[in-house]
Design a protein around this ligand. Structure first.
Ligand SMILES: Nc1nc2c(c(=O)[nH]1)N[C@@H](CN(C=O)c1ccc(C(=O)N[C@@H](CCC(=O)O)C(=O)O)cc1)CN2
Ligand code: MG
Length: 300
């Protein structure tokens, strides 16, 4: 049987819609019970095109599920001290259940310092060391959205992970490192044997070919080529790089970290870009906001 058909596509967009419908039903129930609806705030610094899109989509997603949302925009000359003061205001604002600071930040601002300044119970990105530490320890935590979105996507597609060899390419704090930890956890939706590869890994292609599941999160367009993937592997593409293309109205095309034309015919299942992991990131952010509002992880 040929695997070259679209039947091996993992529809992250639809899965994210399903999750949003579940969240919307919970919000409707909260409303019906006379309770406050969850309120997400987002801080956006500067005018990066990708960040503008992602934050806009986060605000639209809040509307979709019935959350309140607040967007706080600052120019890219905001000082680190000023930004930390805004974070502190949100930390102490009883109306706000959770908030994010969109990354990347301008070079003069230390993202680690900003992330550490967010109260863990409002850290709906799941980036604070307290949430990362709790995740590593297997304690209830607000989990980082893209990693938990990948695990959820595999689970909802019925893709078996237990005992499988998963090769993660990329060790960022946002995706590669946390997803490698999550996938190795003793959970029904994980239980993988994980190899974490990065820019210094030797024999990367060879290691990749041993994978049952490849997670490409290296931020290099079309890095994973056909010769790196074992026929029948599951391929999860986290990359969303805007590559200049004068023939497009937008001036760019969106490229994943996987050479889709080469890899899709080999893979038993593969996420597209767009429409794969990206929408799951936003759905899981909403889920974290609901959890924060309900005090599920850190009781109020
Ligand atoms: N504070 C945060 N900053 C960043 C995060 C994050 O989780 N929190 N992750 C990425 C960007 N990101 C979310 O913020 C994100 C990236 C991509 C998508 C997405 O839906 N992509 C679409 C395509 C959209 C487009 O046209 O560009 C897709 O893949 O279908 C959502 C969220 C870095 N920063
Ligand atoms: Mg995607």
């Amino acid at each position: 049987m040929s695997l070259t058909t679209t039947s091996n596509l993992i529809d992250g967009k639809q899965t994210a819609e399903d999750i949003k419908a579940e969240i919307a039903a919970e919000v409707a129930a909260l409303k019906a019970a006379g309770k406050k609806v969850p309120h997400l705030a987002a801080i956006l610094v500067g005018h990066d095109g990708g960040s503008e899109t992602y934050v806009r989509n986060k605000v639209l997603a809040c509307e979709r599920v019935g959350f309140a949302s607040t967007l706080l925009r600052y120019e890219d000359d905001i000082t680190e001290a000023e930004l930390l003061a805004k974070v502190d205001e949100l930390n102490h604002d009883p109306e706000i259940d959770g908030f994010i600071v969109q990354l990347p930040l301008p070079k003069h601002i230390d993202p680690e310092k900003v992330i550490e300044a967010i109260r863990p119970e409002k850290d709906v990105d799941g980036f604070h060391p307290m949430n990362i530490g709790r995740m590593v320890a297997g304690l209830p935590a607000l989990l980082p959205a893209t990693p938990s979105g990948i695990v959820e996507l595999l689970a909802r597609q019925g893709i078996k992970t237990s005992g499988k060899h998963c090769v993660v390419i990329g060790r960022s704090n946002i995706v590669g490192t946390p997803v490698s930890i999550l996938l190795a956890k003793n959970l029904d939706t994980a239980n993988c044997t994980v190899t974490l590869c990065h820019s210094r890994t030797q024999n990367l292609a060879e290691i990749c070919r041993t994978a049952d599941i490849v997670v490409a999160a290296i931020g290099r367009p079309e890095f994973v080529t056909g010769d790196m993937v074992r026929p029948g592997a599951v391929v999860i593409d986290v990359g969303t790089t805007r590559v200049a293309d004068a023939t497009k109205k937008s001036g760019y095309v969106l490229k994943g970290d996987v050479n889709f034309a080469e890899v899709a015919p080999l893979a038993s299942a593969i996420t597209p870009v767009p429409g794969g992991v990206g929408p799951m990131t936003i759905a899981m952010l909403l889920l974290n906001t609901l959890r924060a509002a309900k005090g599920e992880i850190y009781p109020r």
